[in-house]
Design a protein around this ligand. Structure first.
Ligand code: HPA
Length: 249
């Protein structure tokens, strides 16, 4: 059975088109998740919703307890995660305001608790899980999103490489030039270690990215939070429209 969760990022702290039928508070061996998890009734189905940055939005990307979040969803039997991420656009594949369903990532984060694999008392290295992460996003979920987006006539980019940075500061122009040379199309702060932790627990995972600004050095003007907020306010409707259709598919 498919059990779906949506992890909402900046701009999607609440899910507008569904009613919370249950509010669940969970603890995990890794600490507490970003907040309560809501069980949402949505037309003929239900799904779980977790606000990645807390409710209200208070956790910066490097202080999110990604392990607790993914473990809590696992405890609820979640099989499929749709993550929502605000990103900056590096290449022409990710113009401001457009959705992108990435198919690759490069992890530039550091110092985050990034795995459930820890040395246990047996010192048995074979128990350490080396997951296959060649394809970090689950292709079947990506295709589902792209199909639904296509039916809705939403302009969407199929694929792209997500540079995951530590934040919370934005990048320098030279860093963005380097990420572009590395093959990255978009830059954000939250896809890792989230995607890898989901894979460790065998949960399917795909990301809906909303490009909210040209990345550093990609436009003449300074990047301001006001401009980013304006793009999010406008673009988040496309994200919820896409999720609405995908949840029912
Ligand atoms: N860089 C990193 N993360 C982001 C950006 C950006 O330009 N925009 C939104 N999240």
């Amino acid at each position: 059975m498919r059990v779906v969760a949506v992890i909402g990022g900046t701009g999607l702290n609440q899910f507008p088109n569904a009613n919370a039928v249950e509010t669940i508070e969970l603890s995990t061996p890794y600490g507490t998740p970003s907040g309560q998890i809501q069980k949402m009734a949505h037309k003929d189905t239900t799904f779980y919703f977790l606000a990645r940055h807390g409710q209200p939005h208070s956790l910066p990307p490097h202080q999110i307890n990604y392990r607790a979040n993914i473990h809590a969803l696992h405890q609820l039997g979640v099989t499929d995660i749709f993550a929502v991420n605000a990103v900056g656009g590096i290449t022409e594949n990710a113009p401001t305001g457009q959705l992108c369903i990435p198919d690759q990532l490069i992890d530039y984060t550091w110092g985050r608790e990034h795995t459930f694999s820890q040395q246990d008392n047996s010192n048995d290295l074979l128990s350490i899980q080396h997951i296959d992460f060649s394809q970090p996003f689950t292709e079947s979920l990506r295709e589902l999103l792209l199909d639904q987006g296509h039916h809705l006539n939403l302009p969407m980019t199929d694929g792209g490489t997500y540079a995951v940075t530590q934040g919370p500061r934005l990048e320098t122009a030279a860093e963005i030039t380097k990420y572009e040379r590395d093959g990255c199309d978009i830059v954000g702060m939250t896809a890792m270690p989230e995607a890898a932790l989901a894979r460790e627990l065998d949960i399917r995972y795909a990301s809906i990215c909303l490009s909210v600004n040209p990345a550093a050095g990609k436009s003449e003007v300074e990047i301001t939070m006001d401009d980013i907020r304006a793009v999010i306010n406008k673009g988040i409707n496309q994200v919820t429209e896409l999720l609405d259709a995908t949840l029912e598919a």
